[in-house]
Write a protein that binds this ligand. Structure first.
Ligand code: SF4
Ligand SMILES: [Zn+2]
Length: 112
């Protein structure tokens, strides 16, 4: 459950509209697309990461009061852990040499 940002009534987390005041809570009528909404007179863009890095091309920038892509500039970002090389890759480089060694031993055994 969550609170409607306008009337503060409880609404289902997946609700598309507030059942009390009718405020739109989700973008495109889809329960999986949250519609972020500014609180007060300050636009969302002032605290948005896409405004900070100048990558937003939405026409409502920089005065958006609602936005489906808002990303708080101070929100923790998920950092992917550094990838280590896979063991198969390291041993994959040795395979041709092992094959050559095996072939050399086979030829040496055949001509003795
Ligand atoms: S993504 Fe939305 S909130 Fe962020 S800068 Fe663009 S319009 Fe503003
Ligand atoms: Zn409401």
């Amino acid at each position: 459950m969550a609170n409607c940002p306008r009337c503060r009534h409880l609404v289902e987390a997946q609700a598309i509209h507030c059942g009390h005041c009718g405020l739109t809570l989700k973008a495109h009528g889809h329960p999986g697309i949250p519609l972020h909404r500014a609180t007060g007179a300050v636009s969302l863009c002032t605290t948005c990461a896409y405004h900070a890095d100048d990558s937003c091309t939405f026409p409502q920038r920089p005065v958006a009061q609602t936005c489906k892509l808002y990303q708080a500039v101070d929100a923790p970002t998920a950092v992917a852990p550094p990838r280590s090389p896979r063991p198969q890759w390291r041993y994959g480089k040795l395979l041709p040499w092992l094959g050559l060694l095996g072939l050399s031993l086979l030829i040496a055994w055949m001509v003795r």
